[in-house]
Design a protein around this ligand. Sequence first.
Ligand code: ASP
Length: 699
Amino acid sequence: MMQRTGGIRFALCSVAVVVLLLRCTNTPTPVDPCWSIALHGGAGTVDRDAPQSVRDEFNASLARALRKGANALGSGSSALDACEIVVVDLEDDPHFNAGRGAAFNAVGTHELDAAIMDGSTLRCGAVAGVTSVKNPIKLARAVMERTKHVLLAGRGADDFAATTGLELVPNSFFGTPHRRKMLEDSLRESAAPVPAKPDNAPATRDTAAAKRGTVGCVARDSLGRLAVATSTGGLTGKKLGRVGDSPIIGAGSYANAICAVSCTGSGEEFIRHSVARSIAARMEFGHESLAQATRHLVFDSLRPDDGGVIAIDAAGTIEMVYSTPGMYRGAADCNGRFEVSIFDERTTVPAPSGALIAIGGGLSDENTVVYRELCASSSAARIVIVTAASGSQEEAATEVREAISRHCPSASIEVVTRETSTDETVARFNNATALFFTGGDQKRIVARYRPAGVESAESRAMRALLLRGGVIAGTSAGDAMMGSLMFHGGSSEAALGVIGQPPTDDGDDETARVVVGPRFGLGMALEPWVLTDSHFFERNRIGRLIAALHKAQLDGGSPLGLGIGENAAVKFELAMSRATAIGGGASLLVDAREVRRDGGSLRGARVRVILDGDQIDFVLGAALVTPSAGPVEVVDAATNDAPPRVARSRAMLDFLRRAAASEGAVTLQLGGWRLEGRAAGAGWATIDIVVPSAREKTR
Ligand code: ASP
């Protein structure tokens, strides 16, 4: 009996030990590896009725900074590093009140505040009232990592900066004429004396902005860690020595394991309500969601118009809440969300994670990069060549098969023709990592796979391929069919309505002479943002693209176009609403939002030459360009092209370059019409297409 009881006791103890051991091994719950990030550029924004071009500038800045943060997180950076990268970028951008572009204080100098915090360790660092370090957020990080303190202020912070090796600048570096004017306005309002202007104040372009402002970033990395960084020039006209909420851990900035918060607005109010820490506390102790906690603080604790917050929680949920008319902000995540906004507008990006590669014409051998992109989509690339557009399908298949197998020898290649049955086509598409549409007549593709704009089993299979991250590439006709609308026929002459002039196009547009205006057909609707045209420079298609965009816009279509030259390609990453130029040739980005008709002429198109590595973000209906960092040389049209075309593309490129860089107007005569161009800043030119009136012509 004794023995039995002992045995039972032993057994029970063993079970208890195993249970305890299991508890102690503490098997970690798997962390969702999806990163997310949000940023703000302050709750003081431009007026709601500011010109579109001003809003575009801010959106471009926000998108650029967000892209840097998203790229950092996507390549495995910590949330802390990503936040610092974003805030450094925004500090360097004079549009925002932080770093360069910081507000002036009442005595006409700049005192900057910044804070950074790692939510996974509660380590944090902050600086207040610093005057000499180019990037205060880097100094905040140095306080966190190299001292045992959390907050250094004033002279001590500047002295510390001098020991860190961080870049120092004269105080006047931070000022811009716009901020100076804001100070003068604000002092005049309060009848205070306006301090003398420092002689070496830098001359920068005046940008519309707000009375207050701050920049900030919150992020969750792929290991689930949260972080925040905030930086500001504070309030315009603030008293010398005033410190706002941004560098006060718990007020303007806070991160722990539950959430990360960065604030912007009337700093004193944010300090009184310990806004950032209160959001975390409401979640921790009151079990509120991030949405409830942020709304409570912004709408119930603070007064209307006090400002706003961006916040992120452990699940990667993002909240961007403000009681001001707007807040510069942006959010991105690993699922392809990428949006920036100023007011209440939303830009949610479609879900497909795949890519389209639109090739403008024949590719010369230097352009192996396009074929490599096709193979890069998967380690076991399965590429289907679709010859539906081609006159001689067999020839086209052989040519492309050779090129692909030369550049990606391990790829498996199959061919689908117009005659391949629907079942067989769909089966091959479903098994593919990439499709390659050969050139020819794009109407044949659409007639076969999406007749009269109606989805078919084949077009659904194409969309499914994009949803699972595949690539669809096409050359010439294959490029043209990608959008919702496509050109089929019509030269520039015809598009401009210049009847009686022989088309300058010696290409394949036999119908041009009898057509007034560009001829459109419905495309495959794979690419949503721009109208593309191919063989662009070589066939002088600038007139027809601008005329088409003007018309498309009047009809409620997209005013953005891309004329893709031969030997050039553009890769559209659908989830990111982003396009990147690849290949040695050139393409032209056209923004026709401000185009107006003047008799037969079309004036005011904004254009920009796009070369290898240049990136275009499509945000809120605008195209924002980030030029490639490296030097780029244009490789002229494809080697199999006749010399006159090469010469033509050179003349056009030369004209566009001169226009983008010139002080005055430059012109290029093209057949019966001419182009006039002038610089529009940042690599853009404004182009007028001048078509002489019938009377002028007969003179
Ligand atoms: N909160 C900042 C400050 O009071 C200013 C702002 O975000 O607008 O210093």
